[in-house]
Design a protein around this ligand. Structure first.
Ligand code: PBG
Length: 323
């Protein structure tokens, strides 16, 4: 296979030829759009570090979900900013919590939309950690009960899928058992199985007001230099009953997406997180990068690495371009 017998350029000569041999495709079907919900009425509040994204009150959220649906995006994932926070994140599992009310409103207006909920305590606790604090540390097993309660209350409100993002050990099993026990054996779990302690979550924490008030998340989220540990995390979650395995962040962890895809036989989701979004948006705003090309290239790289699904704040733009 040497030049001049083989000339790779023969199949790159025009767009139709390139289309025919293209190996990877980005489709609207692959997209999950993250949305932030806050208390109030008539509010669509811009998130400064994530231009083009907003914190919506429930009424405004419903309008936006209709638009997302019209664009053909199959699924959204919801993050809530509660009325009030406390030590144990009570609003996370309250019947009339912000997420529970939002799910009901969405399901009333756009029943076909797949509503995924982020199951975590960090947005709801006064200290901003993803679990309950005991003796100055995040206590794993006490937290499991609350996460299970939160997942069940989301399912009761009408959520189609739950996505635990807290990184407590054993939470997939705890949530699976609680859902099954409450009559929700049909509700899938998309586990944030491989979630790193990443600086790329910065803008999200502003958006969700969920930054830890002391310390950091390194005692529960993964250490960025580790790759083999990612396989263990993914395998554990599969064994505990996860239906979809997520890797997060995406772009700085393409090698991890690839390895996890090889290691476990479950659909793989990748979260193109807030910092990845902010980084590209800033360069685009400065005129340093071409918007459409750079966004599509970034997202196709995530698919090429092995992701089946992408959670991305670019979902609406991409749906417009591909639609
Ligand atoms: C909640 C959660 C976080 C993100 C998703 N769910 C933040 C965190 O772990 O601090 C980050 C998403 C993003 O940056 O876009 N635990």
């Amino acid at each position: 296979m040497f030049f001049p017998i083989y000339r790779p350029r023969r199949l790159r000569r025009n767009e139709n030829l390139r289309r025919m041999v293209r190996e990877t495709h980005l489709r609207i079907d692959d997209l999950i759009f993250p949305m932030f919900i806050r208390p109030g009425k008539g509010i669509k509040e811009p998130i400064s570090s994530m231009p083009g994204n907003y914190r919506f009150s429930i009424d405004e959220l419903v309008k936006e979900v209709k638009e997302v649906h019209q664009l053909g995006i199959p699924a959204i994932i919801l993050f809530g900013i509660p009325e009030k926070k406390d030590e144990v994140g009570s609003e996370a599992y309250a019947k009339d919590g912000i997420i529970q009310r939002a799910i009901r409103a969405i399901k009333d207006a756009v029943p076909e939309m797949i509503v995924i909920t982020d199951v975590c305590l960090c947005e709801y606790t006064s200290h901003g950690h993803c679990g309950v604090i005991k003796n100055g540390e995040v206590d794993n097993d006490t937290t499991l009960k609350l996460l299970a309660k939160e997942a069940v209350s989301h399912a009761e409100a009408g959520a189609d899928m739950v996505a635990p993002s807290d990184m407590m050990d054993g939470r997939v099993k705890a949530i699976r058992e609680a859902l099954d026990g409450a009559g929700f054996s049909h509700i899938p779990i998309m586990s944030y199985a491989v979630k790193y302690a990443s600086a790329f979550y910065g803008p999200f924490r502003e958006a969700a007001e969920s930054a830890p008030q002391f310390g950091d998340r390194r005692s529960y989220q993964m250490d960025p230099p580790n790759a083999r540990e990612a396989i263990r995390e993914a395998q554990l979650d599969v064994a505990e009953g996860a239906d979809i395995i997520m890797v997060k962040p995406a772009l700085p962890y393409l090698d991890i997406i690839y390895r996890v895809k090889e290691a476990v036989n479950r659909p793989i989701a990748a979260y193109n997180v807030s910092g990845e979004y902010a980084m590209l948006k800033a360069a685009i705003a400065n005129g340093w990068l071409d918007e459409q090309r750079v966004i599509l290239e970034a997202l196709i790289s995530i698919k090429r690495a092995g992701a089946d699904l992408i959670l991305t704040y670019f979902a609406k733009d991409v749906a417009r371009w591909l639609g």
